[in-house]
Design a protein around this ligand. Structure first.
Ligand code: FE2
Ligand code: FE2
Length: 208
């Protein structure tokens, strides 16, 4: 049974995720990197890509929250909580970078959050092996997605790139943790459905 404190804590986390006021425990990797001269179009492009990444992190928060509420194994729970903390850093870093670039967060954040929470909780009820399988695949797809963004970002925008690179390194670590904890391999139809869902999310979030 969940305690009231835990529920309030999770709710607070959800609200902060959606509103873009996450707290980071590690400073942003962009902090030490000088701002480069960017044209209007380049700034807009970088801000839109970071908005997509921010939405990805909102979804990650919701997924991890949904999963940690349903996970059974103590070790898995701890690993999920640790990863969720790092995802919260990503959330804060990307929101900060969007503000620096003069962009805005996705207007649909509450929708992304609710959908991902439901998926995470559903995956959690299938048991830890599948819970972790889902997580490993999500992290793998996010990692691939961030690699694509590193190609699409203006090459001279080193400050944004340093944030994306650090996030990608964390996602790789999260995927390995899930595998080490005993993640199963998802059926390819499920992986395909996940790719499709993320394509919809990224296409919409790039604009709205
Ligand atoms: Fe992340
Ligand atoms: Fe991650």
């Amino acid at each position: 049974m969940l305690s009231m404190d835990r529920l309030i804590g999770e709710f607070d986390r959800a609200l902060r995720a959606v509103a873009g006021v996450a707290r980071s425990s590690r400073p942003s990797p962009g902090e030490g990197v000088l701002e480069s001269e960017l044209g209007v179009a380049e700034r807009a492009q970088a801000a839109a890509l970071m908005r997509v990444n921010h939405v990805g992190e909102v979804c990650a928060q919701a997924l991890y929250q949904g999963q940690s509420l349903t996970a059974r194994n103590e070790e898995a729970k701890r690993a999920l909580r640790k990863a969720a903390e790092e995802e919260e850093d990503h959330l804060a870093w990307s929101a900060d970078r969007i503000r620096e670039l003069g962009g805005r967060l996705s207007l649909l954040n509450p929708v992304w959050y609710a959908g991902s929470f439901a998926i995470g909780a559903a995956a959690g009820t299938l048991g830890d092996k599948w819970n972790l399988a889902f997580l490993a695949e999500t992290e793998r797809q996010v990692e691939a997605h961030l690699s694509g963004h590193l190609e699409a970002l203006p090459p001279e925008d080193r400050r944004t790139r340093s944030v994306v690179e650090a996030m990608r390194a964390d996602e790789a670590k999260h995927r390995n943790t899930a595998i080490q904890l005993g993640a199963a391999e998802l059926p390819s139809a499920v992986k395909l459905a996940m790719r499709f869902a993320s394509k919809v999310m990224t296409t919409v979030a790039y604009r709205i």
